[in-house]
Design a protein around this ligand. Sequence first.
Ligand code: FES
Length: 104
Amino acid sequence: MKLIVTDVDKTVHEIAFNPDDILMHVLRAAEMGILAECDGCCVCATCHIYVDAEWLGKLEPIDDDEEDMLDEACTPQENSRLSCQIQLTPQHDGMKLTIGPEWD
Ligand code: FES
């Protein structure tokens, strides 16, 4: 199974994942520029991504903690998510996403 990931330089990558992987871990292992400073504790927003619109409905809904942290993310959009809060499943095979802007 794979993800289609656009990095901050607009380069597109195909990245393999396994079911039950956490998306942030997959992106960090692939060196996609995800900082993930809090290591998945949902308190930093440096794992911010944009999910292509057609895939948003296949993700679990945003909970209150993620919503609060997304408000802190640089340039949040309607398709913003925190990659540390997304557990991948086989139905995410082929999902397209873009890495959020770098933090200063
Ligand atoms: S890694 Fe910190 S909020 Fe996701």
